[in-house]
Design a protein around this ligand. Structure first.
Ligand code: GDP
Ligand code: MN
Length: 374
């Protein structure tokens, strides 16, 4: 007879395996057999490239040079920087680009990225608004690649591909990119990344100003309303990995707090379409909000059950997994950030940061005016 503890153990194990292996396999299969094509065409609508920037003096010139060399008809492209509260040279540097058509909206008081986006959206003129962070560089064909998807009238937004150079974050983004490709082929990506994504301006609705994950919320609201949000792998945003593990921790914990906030507010995705609700629960809710709690829980359950013969080797295997994570951490401190040990470490690190994010969320201690980590 299975005891209650055993039932709990196997249920927890089932959810964990479904989240990290079952869903990726299922969505991979679906992406092959039930894919929905996007009716692309080489269109050139009016585009606004919108760059939220807070104290970005170290990168903003490089970013604007990058924007100005993108392959897009210049009379169809408007470049806008929205800054608030920047007290370094950001504003002066951007103002220096006025004669090359770069528009700047600056306000002395910082209110956060979501408020900044809300403020400028009524002032921009593109039919398509492309959001891009100050510290990411785009490939020259990226804009054309993004907008060709809007030839399909069911597409409401397009996510570009984010590539992180180096670190465990790079590894994580490659896995995430695979899921995004599959999610998009079946219906929609479950959230775009603010580094690079595009929406039809007419679909924009102001965000609550305390929104932490503006990019995720904007794109998921469109999915919820029945629009398709597709992934464009030929539009690429490149970004350096966080400069340190401490910086990466801050960023992951902040994004996790934002994830809890967004999941709570979206309150499910009862889309009119067939797949998105299932994809949303599998790819986002389970991964962001459930499994970070299940991992320590299953270790505890396994410990309680380790008197039974079957559970002993499982407990040893789990323990070995966490020892491997510690070894990966040790190696990382010696500057070796690669290999399977590092991947195991990064997995644990990310889940621990998610728990820290939960704490920030329920205590309301994550400000919308976060300190930049680079
Ligand atoms: P991350 O990419 O999630 O690590 O977040 P970042 O700190 O890089 O911020 C993303 C983008 O939003 C960057 O271009 C920032 O300069 C910009 N940003 C962050 N906070 C604010 C803010 O309060 N106001 C404005 N206007 N932009 C902001
Ligand atoms: Mn960024």
């Amino acid at each position: 007879m299975l005891s209650l503890l055993q039932v709990l153990f196997w249920l927890t194990a089932g959810v964990i395996f479904y989240t990290f292996l079952g869903y990726p396999l299922l969505i991979g299969l679906l992406a092959r057999y039930v894919r929905r094509p996007v009716r692309r065409a080489p269109i050139t609508p009016r585009v606004t490239l919108l760059i939220p920037a807070y104290n970005e003096a170290s990168v903003i010139a490089r970013k604007l040079e990058n924007c100005l060399t993108l392959d897009y008809p210049s009379d169809r492209l408007e470049i806008v920087v929205v800054s608030d509260g920047s007290d370094d040279e950001t504003v002066d540097i951007v103002a220096g680009y006025a004669d090359r058509g770069v528009r700047l909206y600056h306000k002395p008081q910082r209110q956060g990225k979501a408020a900044a986006i809300n403020r400028v959206m009524p002032l921009v003129s593109g039919d398509i608004v492309v959001f891009s962070d100050a510290n990411t560089m785009l490939n020259s064909g990226g804009l054309r690649a993004l907008v060709r998807n809007f030839a399909d009238p069911t597409v409401g937004a397009v996510a570009g591909e984010k590539r992180v150079l180096g670190g465990g974050e790079g590894l994580y983004w490659r896995y995430e990119s695979y899921l995004k490709r599959c999610d998009s082929a079946v219906s929609s990506v479950m959230g775009a990344a603010g580094e690079l994504f595009a929406i039809r301006r007419s679909l924009f609705e102001p965000l609550p100003p305390d929104t932490l994950l503006d990019d995720f919320v904007l794109s998921m609201q469109l999915v919820k309303a029945g629009w398709r949000v597709v992934y464009e792998t030929e539009a690429v945003a490149r970004e350096e990995a966080s400069s340190s593990l401490a910086a990466e921790w801050q960023r992951r914990a902040r994004n996790a707090a934002g994830g809890f906030q967004a999941i709570r507010r979206l309150s499910g995705v009862p889309s009119k379409r067939r797949w998105p609700a299932w994809q949303y629960y599998s790819h986002r809710v389970l991964r962001w909000a459930v499994t970070p709690f299940l991992l320590p829980m299953i270790y505890g359950l396994n410990l309680l059950l380790s008197g039974l013969s079957l559970y002993r080797p499982l407990f040893l295997a789990q323990t070995a997994f966490y020892v491997a994570a510690l070894l990966g951490y040790g190696l990382a401190r010696w500057g070796v950030e690669s290999g399977p040990l590092y991947a195991v470490f990064y997995f644990c690190f990310a889940n621990a940061a998610a728990l820290a994010g939960f704490w920030r969320y329920i205590t309301g201690s994550q400000p919308v005016t976060w300190a930049k980590v680079r």
